[in-house]
Design a binder for this molecule. Sequence first.
Ligand code: MF3
Ligand code: CO
Length: 253
Amino acid sequence: MIHVKTPEQIARMHEAGKLLAACHREIASRIRPGVTTADIDRFVERFLAQHGATPEQKGYMGYPYATCASVNDVICHGFPSDRPLQNGDIVTIDMVVNLNGWLADSAWSYPVGTISEEARRLLEATKGALYAGIEKAVVGNRIGDISHAVQTYAEQRGYAVVRDFTGHGIGQQMHEDPLVPHFGKPGKGPRLREGMVITIEPMLNTGTYHATIDEDGWTARTADRSLSAQYEHTIAITAQGPLILTDQTIFQA
Ligand code: MF3
Ligand code: CO
């Protein structure tokens, strides 16, 4: 069942989203060679606590950390660790913020120091695929219109779209209906209506889209150990068009 939100409820999710976006801006300023993702995870816990929010991922289905930290060939759900980030790495930090019972979800890939041209192009294409999907998040379209736009954007640039993990509805629960796959056919799937809130969170790989899961039961890697990146926003479907609840650009002067 798809929960449609009132404008007041979307405003509360927007507050969670603005806090999450601010947290990502702080992370961006902290990521550099030598920093560990465990350091970043501790920073996020502190930042959210200082702002009266909690990390929804911690304890979710037994997940042990506030953030997911996915380095290089890790697609998603990597554990924060004490391994220092190295020049040339790419790392995706994913988190779900709970502010007064309302949630927002956003993942962002960061370059560490100076990265390869291959990695830079992957980041650019993955962010572009997210925004290609957001453009289709309008009243009257269907979920498949978003899926198809993301897939087309990615594949035209030579990247594979991960199948095993999708976007989702979100509200007072992290995962609500509908599923939002990042591959599919236009005109298919649930119709988008005013008040729906979804995530779009494409994961693009330089090699195969197939994934394997590590012994820890969480860490998803590309089967061929190729590079993977991810960008995710939480988006409200409004009469005025897609409203990006986790937009970071509002903090630019
Ligand atoms: N933020 C992720 C998503 O997009 C969820 C991470 S799984 C968790 O759905 F268990 F770690 F929370
Ligand atoms: Co999500």
